[in-house]
Write a protein that binds this ligand. Structure first.
Ligand code: PMP
Length: 365
């Protein structure tokens, strides 16, 4: 049972595939502009600005990227180098640390507090700021905990950063996947944060287009321009026909996306119904994305062993927390993805709980 997976199990909406086919048939097979096609940049800017989102000029403030991964890479490479510190709240998606190290900069890990539902704590950011701090990574909704940063915390963050030159890399690839009335607040809509924020988004999660490798980086012109320069001399541009299809994804798939979001909400509920009330288990406040980050009592043994035995004996795959947390704090945690069928989730989570019961009863470790 694949509860380790970080992608939707849905197929890409048919209209999007048809748009790609039509684009190929029309001969859209050549290089395009470095920043991406104007049509897709415009569609991205429009999507971001809808519902009081941040406003970006498609001409100079939006770069279509090869997945959100390239957006993260470009933003970090453009602004961070030797001597710079980058604050990374952990647990975290591992690519932030890797890109920071590739850039020759120094990652500074900021432990997210389980007791605060793993939500970013602006005062903890303040405590780690130094004259060398160049960038803060924010991920909301968050991989791997599902935490969503609310407007109050973002306003407090703006206060903390007010007299600094710290940039914010805001990874919002899960922005459309929030549940139970939770609202996603785009970081760049908060007063004083827009001018220092590079917003990352993409098609991999809410659009079921992970294999299409498309995302975006949106930022004020002064921040977007250096990132675009790196793009120009690395990948040059994303494929043209997939960008044509992505315009259709943004414009024509509201219904499919709503159906997928509803399915994720149902799956999340199925998992939480089984997990809530299990004593000794902590899962924070997973209001978004499609992950639960379970922490179990340390006497049950390390998470990598738990995950390996769960895979080998119970045939359920999850990701050990250590993969997301270089500080060691994730040693007794597991990331469980609910981007699978409700049946798989019920059965997989039940097997996790049975293993916890067995280990607890046996006092084996
Ligand atoms: N950011 C986060 C938080 C992610 O979880 C992922 C994918 N796991 C990405 C970025 C990368 O997305 P893409 O496939 O668009 O490169």
């Amino acid at each position: 049972m694949h509860l380790e997976i970080g992608r939707p199990d849905f197929d890409t909406p048919t209209l999007v595939k048809e748009a790609a086919t039509a684009s190929l048939a029309a001969g859209r097979v050549h290089y395009g502009p470095n920043a991406g096609t104007p049509q897709l940049r415009t569609a991205i800017a429009r999507t971001l600005a809808a519902a009081s989102g941040p406003v970006y000029d498609p001409d100079g403030e939006v770069i279509v990227t090869i997945g959100a991964s390239e957006a993260v890479f470009l933003a970090i490479m453009a602004f961070c180098g030797p001597g710079d510190e980058v604050l990374i709240p952990v647990p975290a998606w591992p690519a932030y640390e890797a890109c920071v190290r590739l850039a020759g900069a120094t990652p500074v890990f900021l432990p997210l507090d389980p007791a605060q539902g793993y939500s970013l704590d602006p005062e903890a950011v303040r405590a780690r700021l130094t004259p060398r701090t160049r960038m803060l990574v924010v991920c909301t909704p968050h991989n791997p905990t599902g935490a969503v940063v609310d407007a109050g915390r973002l306003r407090a963050l703006a206060d903390v950063l007010r007299h600094t030159g710290v940039l914010v890399l805001s990874d919002e690839i899960y922005s459309e996947l929030v549940y139970d009335g939770t609202r996603h607040v785009p970081v760049a809509t908060v007063a004083d944060l827009h001018m220092r924020t590079l917003t990352v988004g993409g098609f991999a999660k809410a659009y079921a287009m992970d294999g299409w490798r498309l995302g975006w980086l949106a930022a004020p012109r002064e921040l977007a321009t250096p990132a675009l320069r790196i793009r120009q001399f690395t990948t040059a541009c994303p494929p043209t026909f997939t960008q044509d299809a992505a315009v259709s994804a943004l414009r024509d798939t509201a219904q499919e996306r709503a159906q997928m979001r509803d399915a994720f909400a149902e799956r999340r509920r199925a998992a939480l119904d089984l997990l809530n009330g299990c004593t000794g288990l902590h899962i924070g406040n997973p209001a978004g994305a499609f992950y639960l980050y379970l922490t179990y009592p340390p006497h049950l043994g390390p998470g990598d062993r738990f995950a390996r035995e769960l895979l080998e004996e119970d045939h359920v795959a999850v990701v050990p927390g250590a993969a997301f947390d270089p500080t060691g704090a994730g040693a007794h945690s597991l990331r469980v993805s609910y981007a699978r069928s409700v049946d798989d989730i019920r059965e997989g989570v039940s097997r996790i709980l049975r293993r916890i019961d067995r280990l607890s009863d046996g006092g084996r470790r």
